[in-house]
Design a protein around this ligand. Sequence first.
Ligand code: ZN
Length: 371
Amino acid sequence: MIRARYIGSEIYRRSSYGPKHPLAVPRVSTCTDLCRALGWLPEAAYVEAPMASVADLLRFHTADYVEALQRAEAMQSVSDADRARFRIGADGNPVYREVFRRPAISAGGVMLAAELTLDGGVVHCPGGGTHHGRPDRAAGFCFLNDPVLGLLRWLDLGLDNIVYLDIDAHHGDGVQDAFHDDGRVLTISVHEAGRWPFTGSAGDRAGGAARNFPVPQGCNDSEFRWLMDHAVVRLIEARQPQAIMLQAGADALEEDPLAKLSLSNNAHLAVVAAMKRLAPRLVVLGGGGYNPFAVGRCWAAIWGVLNDAAIPDRLPPPAERVLRALSYSRAAGRNPPEHWFTTLRDAPREGPVRPLVRELAERAFEEGLPA
Ligand SMILES: [Zn+2]
C-alpha cells in the first residue's frame, strides 16, 4: 500500500485575488495547517508543488495565451487588447501579483499528482481544480486548466480509461469540452442547475464522453447520495477505470456564499471514500469554495478520509486555533457558529429526495452506458 501524498504550496498562503474577490480567503493554507495541527501530515507525505514549465502548459494552452499571462504578471496590468482577447483582468479573473506563477504551480502540482500515481496510489492536491480554464482564455476565476493538464499527463503516460468526477457547484465545462468525443476520459459533473456557466444540462453528453447531473437549489445530503448510489457509482463501476480524478470543489456546501446548494461535508467525504474503492489511482483536487471555514474543514477532512484517519468529534486545541485565526469579511463571518471552530465534520443535512433528482439518476442510463 502506497502512502497517500499531499501536494501543496506555500504560494497559496501569500497570494490573493484581491481583497474584494471571493478568492480573497485563505483555502489551501487553511487545509494544510489543519492537517498539520491534527498530526495527519508528516513531512514524508507532503510534496511542494513544482511550477509547470511553459512547455508543459502548451500541452493544452495556446502559446499566445501563456505569453499574455506572463506579460500580465510582469507588468501587473493588461492591455485592452489582451483583456478583450484573453479575458485577463475581466470577468472576475483579476490581474494579481502571481497571476501566472500561482496557476502554473497549481498545474505543476496536478501534473505531478498524475505522475506520482502512475503505479497506483492516492494524492490530495487541494490547490488544483481550476475546471473552467480554456486553452486560450481565462474563465470563472480559472487562468489555466490544471485538471485537464493532469488528465493529459495520465493519458500521455499510457492510461486510456479515466473518470473525471466533478462535484463543484459549477459545471466542469472546461474539462468536459477538452475531452469532448474522447472515449478515454468520462467526465461526470454534479452541479447546481441554472448557475453560471449555464452548461451541463442532463442531456449534454459531450459526444458520449460526459454525464451531467444539474441538481436543483437546496440539494441535500440525501439527494446527493441518491445520485451517487443510483447513477455515479454505477457508471464508474461499469467502466472500471484505471484512474479517477475527483474535483472536490467546496462551493456546494450550504455555507458557501456563491451557490445555493445545501450539502454538508459528509457528502464530500462519502464520495471520496467511494472513489478510493473504485480505482487503483485517485487524485483529489480542490476547486470552488468561498467560505474559508467550510473549505478548510472539508478539504482537511478529505485528507483524513484518504488516510483512514479517525475524524475527531471535537478538534484538538492546535486545530481550533487555526480556524479561530481566520477572518472572513462576509456577513456570515461576523457571527460564525461555534462548530466552525471546533469540528471538521458537519452535522448531516438529510432531507426528502425530490422527483427531479430521481429523474436525473434515471436519465444517465437512458441511452445505455457510456463507452
Ligand atoms: Zn464552483
